[in-house]
Design a protein around this ligand. Sequence first.
Ligand SMILES: Cc1cc2nc3c(=O)[nH]c(=O)nc-3n(C[C@H](O)[C@H](O)[C@H](O)COP(=O)(O)O)c2cc1C
Length: 277
Amino acid sequence: MSIIETMRLRVSCRTFGDIAIEPDKMERLAESLASNAKAPFGNKVRFELINFDHLEMRELKTLGTYGVIKGARQFIAGALVDQPRAMEDFGYCMEKNILTATAMGLGTCWLVGTFKRSGFAERMNLAKGELLPAVTPIGYPGDSRSLIDRFFRISAGSDKRKPWEELFYDGGMETPLDGKSAGGYATPLACVRIGPSASNKQPWRIIRDNDSYHFYLKKTPGYGRIVEPVKLQNIDMGIAMCHFELASREAGLNGLWKIEDPLIQSGDLEYIVSWMG
Ligand SMILES: Cc1cc2nc3c(=O)[nH]c(=O)nc-3n(C[C@H](O)[C@H](O)[C@H](O)COP(=O)(O)O)c2cc1C
């Protein structure tokens, strides 16, 4: 399956069925996690597959997801030291895992808020200074969505995305960039737009400037305080970078990431990084 197709297929899954993941798939997934080391800003992320199959029921309860995730016994968890741009790197690398699992036919769901961090932290043997920003359950999706799953989708408006003109701009914030004038980059931009984001807030904004695409964060005031020092919307930016880069490379569009603020008038947006095409 192509990576662009995989991004189109991905959707958050909170309800899992009884079918176990085949051992060879688990092995391939483990290999992929171990080789997922190249992050754009050079932070090192450590991933582990956590299997709760043989845990006692009591222990399972404490390692919970507050009832949000039903039926999953296997998770991917990731940890890294909190350094500059760590959250973007985490988002970028973890989203690669999510896409790998999706291509294998498995369901996933980014969890930053609705999992008990302490239980997973113990399983990860967190070193001093390491953060555990997120986990995702993995498994075959159940036949129908649980009530709480449907509630989450409706309350976050998960099936919708902001229109292009609110997300992408040409030369500056005054001119929206539409699909037609984006040319070859229309697909990478569309792949950013369909990506997951915390509470589906879609905080990414992109300004094209000739062959460069400048990525900015439109922070939602006060949002995500409860999970600090994990920065939800910087993770979202890393996910956007992952979708943009993988879709570009698949479409034969080469480029690299650089931090070089073009000093474009961008109001309250925070500059993060540029893709130099
Ligand atoms: C950084 C991040 C954190 C998230 N945290 C949670 C969470 O704690 N619980 C949850 O049920 N969903 C969580 N989500 C899933 C989002 O709600 C979901 O991606 C969004 O509503 C879009 O829906 P979709 O993934 O089905 O396209 C998170 C997503 C991201 C990217």
